[in-house]
Design a protein around this ligand. Structure first.
Ligand SMILES: [Mn+2]
Length: 491
């Protein structure tokens, strides 16, 4: 018996860390859905969110709808984030009501359905099943819910809604026709602030989304080679997502090789990859309504050129300097500022910029910001400016550290350097407001010879960071990013 146990233990260790090609990188990941089960602990998370919201509501009602104009247009149905956030119920066409009165009441409706819809789309849960699973105070039929909504919006009580959900707003408009206009308040201001700080259930799902995405990246590292298309790598990526229970990507996968590595939001993913190309992948699995957002840049043939490795190392060093800044008390832009400083120095050393103090010269290579919130949306909701940190450098007003970081925030750190083919010609148009043309001409003159050696190198390295009690945790830590590790995996 003991022998068998040992055998199965060994087998499970092997299957956990070995991919079909045999080269391994250990990522804790199993094919199961326990994180999506409605255990008492998970239900408590949703319950807690509702009671936090009720505490924030001064009076009146909150009305949300589970569908909007976008939810039906995705790869798979995905109900609206606010509705899911408060209910855990991925329903197609339901309403929820939170009432401040009587210490808080929570109503859910059954989804709208009819016999044709049932034949086409399948049956919907019964009122009893909804009650058992999601614990509302009561479950209304679709028609009862519409009557209750009409009553509430015409009662004169203030009503919190999601102004961006046009389906909901249209519904409420119809219900108030011929009545005085109700007092509508924006629910997003309360909900967005709550969503900035992730609870343990959200962190667990983000971690799994990151692990699935890391596995997708290592699978590509195993299978990438010249003569394959970008979309073949996209298939490996999104196939891996599905294999581990992620129904869809959180955003369109960016899989750009060669010159496409320098296009920030490249999406066609159709190019035939060549020997000597870089491949930039900016991808994220959506798992249980939470998305990862990880970028890795790899050599298509498995070995970086000297120039590619130099730029990768520079971006990586900048990224590590950024991550080091992320802890409670620091500002949300302090990571960006530290990374920019490192890139400034590195680019000047390489001769790719002529003036290390010049903001626009660095901007020429690194055109985008370094961080955004991450959660249910890839660019997640939340305010970046409130409660700002006044940093030491801030006397000039030039360096704005931004909002003070708190435990439970999740954000990306994604510096990049993009050396576009014929990019120097764009400098005049790009910086017409920042510098006069003689200054730009002098810059081009001084860097052009070196620039040519680095053309078509686009490198972005992006990790997902949880702010912890006194530092941070890199949720995307299982995706290899050191050049040596990447080359070893691709060998
Ligand atoms: Mn990002």
């Amino acid at each position: 018996m003991k022998k068998y146990l040992l055998f199965f233990l060994m087998l499970s260790i092997l299957t956990n860390c070995t991919n079909p090609e045999g080269r391994s990188w250990i990522i804790p990941l199993t094919i199961d859905d326990t994180l999506l089960d409605y255990t008492p602990e998970q239900l408590e998370s949703f319950q807690k969110r509702r009671s936090t919201l009720l505490d924030k509501m001064e009076h009146g009602f909150l009305i949300l709808k589970s569908t909007d104009q976008r939810s039906r247009n995705r790869h798979e149905f995905r109900c609206t984030n606010y509705f899911y956030y408060l209910t855990g119920y991925a329903s197609y066409g339901s309403y929820m009501i939170l009432a401040k009165q009587d210490a808080g009441q929570f109503f859910l409706s059954k989804p709208f359905t009819n016999i044709r819809m049932e034949i086409y789309d399948g049956g919907q849960p019964t009122a009893g099943e909804i009650l058992d699973l999601y614990h509302p105070d009561s479950v209304l039929s679709y028609d009862e819910m519409r009557m209750m909504l009409g009553h509430i919006v015409n009662s004169g009580s203030p009503v919190y809604v999601d102004f961006k959900n046009h389906e909901l707003m249209d519904d409420l408009n119809k219900l108030t026709e011929g009545h005085p206009k109700p007092e509508l308040l924006n629910a997003a201001t309360m909900l967005d602030e709550m969503r900035v700080i992730k609870d343990p259930l959200e962190v667990a799902r983000l971690q799994k989304a990151c692990n699935i995405t890391a596995r997708a990246l290592t699978n590509v590292m195993n299978r990438c080679e010249p003569g394959k298309h970008e979309y073949e790598m996209e298939a490996v990526i999104e196939g891996t997502f599905l294999e581990y229970g992620s129904a869809m990507p959180g955003f369109p996968s960016i899989v750009g090789s060669g010159p496409n590595s320098t296009t920030l939001h490249y999406e066609p993913n159709t190019r035939l990859m060549e020997d000597g190309d870089l491949l930039l992948m900016d991808i994220g699995a959506d798992y249980g309504y939470y998305t990862a957002d990880i970028t890795r840049t790899i050599p298509v043939n498995g070995k970086f050129t000297t120039e590619q490795r130099t730029i990768c190392q520079l971006v990586l060093d900048a990224q590590k300097a950024s991550i080091e800044q992320l802890k409670p008390g620091m500002g949300i832009r302090d990571g960006h500022l530290a990374g920019r400083k490192a890139m400034n120095e590195g680019l000047a050393q390489l001769g790719l910029i002529s003036d290390p103090e010049s903001e626009w010269q660095v901007e020429f290579y690194c055109i985008h910001g370094t961080s955004h919130y991450l959660g249910m949306d890839v660019h997640d909701v939340g305010d970046y400016e409130i409660n700002p940190r006044l940093s030491d450098e801030d006397s000039t007003g030039k360096y704005r550290s931004g909002r003070i970081l708190e435990p439970g925030m999740v954000l990306t750190i994604e510096p990049g350097i993009y050396i576009r083919e014929n990019g120097l010609e764009q400098a005049f148009d790009m910086f017409a407001n920042e510098a006069d043309s003689s200054e730009i001409a002098a810059f081009i003159e001084s860097v052009s010879l070196i620039y040519e050696q680095y053309e078509n190198i686009g490198v972005r390295i992006e990790d997902d960071i949880l702010i912890t009690k006194d530092a941070n945790l890199v949720l995307s830590r299982y995706a290899p990013k050191e050049p040596d590790d990447i080359e070893q995996l691709m060998r």
